[in-house]
Design a protein around this ligand. Sequence first.
Ligand SMILES: NC(=O)c1ccc[n+]([C@@H]2O[C@H](COP(=O)([O-])OP(=O)(O)OC[C@H]3O[C@@H](n4cnc5c(N)ncnc54)[C@H](O)[C@@H]3O)[C@@H](O)[C@H]2O)c1
Length: 277
Amino acid sequence: MAGRLDGKVAIVTGAGSGIGKAIAERFHREGAAVVVVDLKADRAEAVASELGDRAVPIAADVTRPEDNQRAVATAVQRFGKLDIFMGNAGVFDGFLSLPQYQTPDQLVEMFDRLFAVNVKGYLLGAYAAVPELLKTQGTLLFTASTAGFYTNQGGIIYTMSKHAVVGLIRELAYELAPKIRVNGIAPGGTFTDLRNAIPLGAEFGDPDKRSLFDMPGLDQFIIQSTPLRRVNRPEDHAAVAAFLASDDAAGLTGVIVHCDGGYGIRGAASAAGGDNL
Ligand SMILES: NC(=O)c1ccc[n+]([C@@H]2O[C@H](COP(=O)([O-])OP(=O)(O)OC[C@H]3O[C@@H](n4cnc5c(N)ncnc54)[C@H](O)[C@@H]3O)[C@@H](O)[C@H]2O)c1
């Protein structure tokens, strides 16, 4: 059976783990060749070798312009073109509220590091990819978050960064039409290895060992506040990304799909943990 992305060439950033890994796998299964980009070389290599043919790993830091250019150049050298750029690499802020920052330096460090990955990384990726996407009339896709729309899906700095991603998607959708479609996915809480951008001190755990997996009670928190009473999996988001990347979504741009079990329509009953049916 023909895949949804047969013959397409895609770059996925942060593809060594979690949501990006699931997207790289789904794009590949749908027929695309995939450039698997991650800061961690071993992760990128493991995913690319698991995919086999039509996959190449790149160890790259999305905060560096030259690394984004290298990813695009690799797609063109290895597979002849670029159709899909999926900005997805991201880091978290440990749900820290503004008063929880212990010093101005810590606040500045979190802001600089987190915005460098979550916001500048997407901007630099788009900048590097656009010349090739213009040739193929391709598509840009970005992983936003429920934190791009609502409070308390992260701390102050993560929430600010994901609101910026919503602005990036909408403005680029305008600027790049009619040649390049620009869309996003907005996952709700999903169990992945998502790490804090900077060390947060002993009470927040060792940043090298701590991830969303380790937050006690997070699954119940997500289930209680989600009308579908479900923690979405990376594969759920990947299915939506594959649709948005495909020609089936040829009529869509500036759209951000809320892959969040209905968080936005939760109402008071859901928030209090009660079902309507
Ligand atoms: N997990 C969630 O609950 C959730 C919810 C909404 C949105 N998101 C977003 O989904 C995206 C993917 O996160 P995830 O949850 O799969 O986390 P993850 O940690 O499992 O995957 C992120 C990957 O990005 C890589 N990465 C980090 N910094 C990088 C850099 N500078 N350059 C290149 N690669 C880098 C990491 O090495 C990691 O492999 C992020 O943008 C995140 O904000 C996650």
